[in-house]
Design a protein around this ligand. Structure first.
Ligand code: 13P
Length: 267
């Protein structure tokens, strides 16, 4: 819990001083990265030192790289993971618990990513269990949600996002924190991005839901945008109301691209 409450305190202190939610720039490496990729992390760590400490920076590598990444991360780079099992331990071959990921050095875990929902059949009730497991372990869950292209075309985007989130979001204890990531399925890895107005509209309904579920605290929770975010569109997306950071796939794999997005966040 120690690292977890420190995270919360740092975010709260920042908000007290600036009146703003501290931006989070998060990389999701998905099933990419070998030990040789740690050179990109070293470049990220070096370049972070050139920027003011005005936004959080996180990389969620494959589980095989959590330990070596954490060992070199230092104070500025946070390390996370991409999924977890709801149970703390037991006969679950091939799975990792939130406690194990915490032990390995993860301070965030992505849950409910659309690739987990579609490839592994993870439903919202299961995602909620995963989020509760993260909180139990003192980890901040990044709860992902998004609509399909067909749902957007049918005008069902807001309803879909809210319906999924109501089932996926955890109950929060007094020292718990979560992050929500809005990732339209049709924007992931495609180069397609919703318009600024479309992003703003969805982030506003997510904000309203967070305030409904968590009262005042819901106003401070971070809502990330994800889906084809890159250096050329980051500044524009990050300037949208209620966009408190990004969850970046492809463009997080190269230090130069990832740091260009971070630069947009601290500019
Ligand atoms: P891309 O940035 O590659 O579109 O991936 C987004 C994503 O799925 C992050 O979780």
């Amino acid at each position: 819990m120690f690292q977890h409450s420190l995270l919360g305190e740092r975010t709260n202190l920042f908000k007290m001083v600036t009146g703003m939610v501290r931006t989070l720039i998060a990389g999701n490496w998905k099933m990419n990265g070998l030990k040789s990729s740690l050179s990109e992390v070293d470049a990220v760590i070096t370049q972070l030192g050139d920027f003011p400490d005005a936004a959080d920076c996180l990389i969620c590598p494959p589980a095989t790289l959590v330990v070596p990444m954490q060992e070199r991360a230092g104070a500025r780079l946070k390390v996370g993971a991409q999924s977890c099992h709801p149970e703390a331990f037991g006969a679950f071959t091939g799975d990792l618990s939130a406690e194990q990921l915490k032990d390995a050095g993860a301070s965030y875990v992505i849950v409910g990513h659309s690739e987990r929902r579609s490839e592994h059949g993870e439903r919202s009730a299961y995602v909620q269990e995963q989020a509760h497991a993260c909180l139990r372990a003192g980890i901040v869950p990044i709860v992902c949600v998004g609509e399909s292209f067909a749902q957007r075309q049918r005008g069902e985007t807001k309803d879909t996002v809210i319906r999924i989130l109501r089932k996926s979001l955890p109950t929060l204890g007094s020292s718990d924190s979560i992050v929500v990531a809005y990732e339209p399925l049709w924007a992931i890895g495609t180069g397609l991005v919703p318009s600024d107005e479309e992003i703003a509209e969805v982030h506003q309904v997510i904000r309203d839901l967070l305030v409904e579920l968590y009262q005042d605290r819901g106003a401070d929770l971070r809502i990330l945008y994800g889906g084809s975010m890159k250096p050329s569109n980051a500044a524009e997306i990050l300037a949208i109301k209620n966009v408190n950071g990004g969850l970046i796939g492809g463009a997080s794999l190269k230090a130069a691209d990832f740091m260009a997005i971070y630069a947009a966040a601290v500019a």
